[in-house]
Design a protein around this ligand. Sequence first.
Ligand code: FDA
Length: 291
Amino acid sequence: MPKKLVWVFSKRYIAGETLEDGINAAKMLNNEGIDVTIDLLGEFITNLAQAEENKNKYLEIIERFSNEKIQGNFSLKPTMFGLLVDQKICYNLIREIVAKAADKDSFVRIDMEDSQCVDPELVLFRKLKSEFSGHVGLVVQAYLRRTLDDLTNLNNLPPNGHPLNFRLCKGIYIEPAHIAFKAFEEVQSHFLEDLEFMFKNNIYTAIATHDKYLVDEAYKLIEKYKVPKDMYEFQMLYGVTPELRNSIVANNHRMRVYVPFGNEWFGYCTRRLKENPKMASQIIKAIFIRG
Ligand code: FDA
């Protein structure tokens, strides 16, 4: 699909290209009683100068969030800092970001990328957790066959003063069947199995989904395990299912919206488009049929 056309579609899913745009979107959500996690777009860099630049941009974002008292934290993708180029450099750069967030009493979530990144990301998380316990969390993907084993192993980490903090999502990358469950219902049932494991083991859980069935089942599990309000939150992507989002807020659950911004919107938005191809035909209609 041509880049210009993808841009038409993308506007709904990204706050804009500049940090100012990200901050404005965050403030608007905060005014609706919604927290944010902000994400500077970009991934899979190939030269380490870019990684250093990305780190400096995150340090600036953290400073601005703190100065402007935004209710929010930070999400990042390790391949933006060279995870697949040089793991040691990547660790040092992300460590600097987490240290700055910790200094501001905030939190950094490490997004989970495609399956080649899972092992190095687990190593990264374990190291950071041992130093910055309450200030760093990870994402786990329900579609991966390995996830429940990963959760079981991670659950043995010394708590270090703070519970583990994971975002549970379905998983967005295209993975082969020997690595990931493929059937829609199968992914849903593993999502709930992972969620139940997390609640049973007092893991702080960010329930990241727009799937109404999963939201309803999550409500039931919260009730069943009497999960305290300060041990979970719901999360959604910017621009996706605002009605369901508002109903969750109205039901008095904490909601956090993932707010992506930046020039590197193309990869992020084409993934959203692949996820929901019906959108493409809507855009084309909107372009050709005025009003
Ligand atoms: P599902 O895809 O079934 O969507 C449920 C419904 O939501 C759809 O029927 C539709 O109505 C609506 N919907 C979903 N996507 C839409 C879209 N693009 N446009 C319009 N409507 C849409 N993945 C990953 O691999 N690593 C990560 O780190 C993260 N991080 C992350 C953070 C947050 C806050 C969220 C919400 C999601 C992620 N993801 C992710 C993405 C996640 O893995 C998954 O691909 C999407 O959330 C879609 O799955 P759902 O659970 O929403 O269900």
